[in-house]
Design a protein around this ligand. Sequence first.
Ligand code: HEM
Length: 441
Amino acid sequence: MMAYVIALVLFASHALHKIFRLRSNIRAAKQTGLPYTLSPIHELEIWAHIADPILRWACSARILRGQGWPRWARFMVKDWHYEDKRRAHDEFGAIFLVVSFAGMMLEPFGPNVVSLDGEKWKAHLAITLPPVAADNVLGLLWEETYRQVDIMAMTWNRAGEVPSLKRNIYSLTMNTMLSVGFGKQSERTEGSDAVSKGHMLSLVEAMYTVVMHLPHILLLAKPVLKFLKPEASTGYTELERYMTELLIREKDLLSKSHIQKHSSRETLMTAMLRSNLNSQSDGLSLTDNEVMGNMFIFLLAGYDTTANTMIFCSMVLALYPDIQNRLIEEVDRIWAEAAREGRSELSHTHDMPKFRYMIAFMYEVMRVFPIVLPTVRDTCGPQVLSLKDTTHSLPSDTGVIVNNTAIHYDCDNWPNPGMIDPRRCGLMPGDPSNAMWQSKF
Ligand code: HEM
């Protein structure tokens, strides 16, 4: 009986707390003078992981008809922007508020550039960003991508097999990232690799398991995860063990060579550890846990985004032969130039900048099929928002979400926004295609 009373009191006080918070949030929203709407659950709240599949199922017919989300459901759905395009902004205006609660930290393997703010974020970025753009890491990325694409093309050419674009591209991306990240090469386009000694899963399997079960891993304490989702718990533990082993190995290798000595090809982990050692003289340094946190977040942030971009690009190429032909022309031209210079291979430093149409094509595909849907920030301290004719005061800690899809489909910036035309992203001074594209509108 006592337990029931305690549970009831706890529940009632939690409900009251929520009601008071909602009331004070509504008051704050009114004070800004911006249009606002209410949502019982917000897409960034933990509960949205439950609301999302239910609402997607309930509204599937409407979504498949291309009518976007109904107003009552919209803000409870994760990544609602994709199907909604600009509808929410047509309804509420360029800037509006959604009143609710939110919050979640992305820190499964330690603090990192995504989970941190302010000075700590700057310090993490100062150490982790240079390795991502380093020539020796990009060189390794270029070579490994070549190798992985060859492996994929070989399986596609094998008679009797029906390849799955999605599975193959996801494997290609994961294999490439793990190889460039940690120096663990994989030959598989599908299925699993050999399991390393003393492990239950291969590194690729462990990474996949963690990516697939990320919400559970983020939300549940380790013992609860082990009990409720044993496969997620195994993947998490295995990935942690792999990363720890690889970190120890790389630190050992680094301590044997001179810190400053760069090799022409280097994994992201070696480059990150080297950058960390070099930063110590400036008073900046990451702990092992923070290096692992950043390595994981780079793999996570780069995996889905890159794979989905390639999948959308492949589909657009299959549907638009004129774009495909123009791309093939560019590839042939760059190979011919390399041959004239006496080279039988393309290189990242020499040839990558020449792929101007390819880059414009990828930008345009990412505009029409946005890869990162919302960009999320919190106001640190009260902020003034200046619009064309009005100014609004936003209170401290207001969540700000930039609707990238709505921006990409804004007719003022992108006439006929549903149309794919790479030339509009590749507008360069003096490019003859400028006039051609502009004359269309
Ligand atoms: C086509 C591929 C990619 C797209 C479209 C993309 C897009 C984005 C966007 C829009 C953000 C900003 C998100 C925000 O501020 O809320 C971001 C952040 C980030 N991306 Fe990417 N990305 C791609 C590939 C990669 C790759 C390959 C890596 C890793 C090597 C990576 C690592 C990161 C990291 C670590 C951040 C967080 C940076 C920070 O918070 O300071 N991304 N990405």
